[in-house]
Design a protein around this ligand. Structure first.
Ligand code: T3D
Length: 266
């Protein structure tokens, strides 16, 4: 069936690509089409050398309300056992892994509620800028489920073990202001400032040496699971690579010559 509207909208502004989830009538809930389109858009952004920074946001008043519960209503009409694991493995997990492994910075511009797997999507991005009216809900428990799509991994690392348990076990709504206070988001801005603030951060990141940025994301990702000795060695290995870039030489020369650097990405 031809979709009435695309499930995502893709916009380019210079080196910044914005992927907008586009199912506003259901607060951008994930159906299989949206998950497939998002997955494809992420792969394309990863491959496209002209894309340096990725922004993910939602159309309408929400960021994303998680799994489209109406779309899977048929599951609940019979007494047959429900197997959710394969749906997660096939549709959600590749999206989350791609966000964490893509060597380009990804900003979630959280324009409204982020619930269930929608909250997980925001947590898996590298930055979260929230509009004042945004909120975060670990909604899984409210429907008898376990936080998924990486929330059990990201949440304790972002807000600490105790707070993560509290949010996951209560399924309560966290306002943008509270999210900032607990380290769940990087920045909260007035609703009307979300797009310009996001673009300012994106443009700043677009001016950073891309290889250094990619290797830094790799290093910080690895720090979640490495011990200190392994991480020190990993840093040394990545630094060898970074040290061989033109941008490293240019950064040092520019400093010594007291002039702004011109990074080329080489
Ligand atoms: O495969 C698997 O199932 C496993 C994967 C699980 C991952 C998950 O994400 S589980 C968690 C799923 N999400 C939720 O449980 C959240 C459900 N939504 C809500 O709790 C609320 O809608 C919100 C707190 C997010 C927002 O509340 P509010 O009052 O601002 O808006 P609303 O009136 O509830 O929603 C507006 C419309 O969007 C409404 O439709 P209507 O009445 O205008 O025709 C509502 O039904 C629809 N909607 C919102 N969320 C979803 C949704 N429709 C389908 N699925 C949704 N998740």
């Amino acid at each position: 069936m031809t979709p009435i509207a695309p499930t995502i909208l893709v916009e380019n502004a210079g080196a910044v690509r914005t992927i907008r989830l586009n199912r506003p009538d259901v607060l951008n809930a994930f159906n299989n089409a949206l998950l497939a389109d998002l997955s494809k858009a992420l792969r394309e952004a990863e491959k496209d050398a002209t894309v340096r920074i990725l922004v993910i946001t939602g159309a309408g008043r929400a960021f994303c309300s998680g799994q489209d519960l109406a779309d899977v209503a048929d599951r609940y009409k019979s007494a047959d056992p429900i197997e959710l694991g394969s749906h997660l493995r096939e549709k959600y997990n590749p999206v989350i892994l791609k966000l964490r492994t893509m060597e380009k910075p990804i900003i979630a511009a959280v324009n409204g509620v982020a619930a269930g797997a929608g909250a997980s999507l925001a947590l898996a991005c590298d930055f979260r800028i929230a509009a004042e009216s945004a909120s975060f809900i670990q909604a899984f428990i409210n429907v008898g489920l376990v936080p998924d799509s990486g929330s059990t991994f990201m949440l304790p690392r972002l807000v600490g073990f105790s707070r993560a348990l509290e949010l996951a076990l209560t399924g309560r709504k966290v306002t943008a202001a509270d999210a900032l206070q607990m380290g769940l988001v990087n920045q909260v801005v007035p609703d009307a400032e979300l797009a310009p603030s996001t673009m300012r951060l994106a443009e700043r990141l677009a001016g950073v040496p891309p290889k250094g940025l990619a290797l830094t994301k790799r290093a910080i990702n690895a720090a979640w699971t490495n011990d200190l000795a392994i991480q020190l060695d990993y840093e040394a290995m990545l630094q060898t690579t970074a040290g061989q870039t033109h941008d490293h030489r240019e950064g040092i020369r520019a400093f010594l010559e007291k002039r702004p650097p011109t990074f080329t990405g080489a």
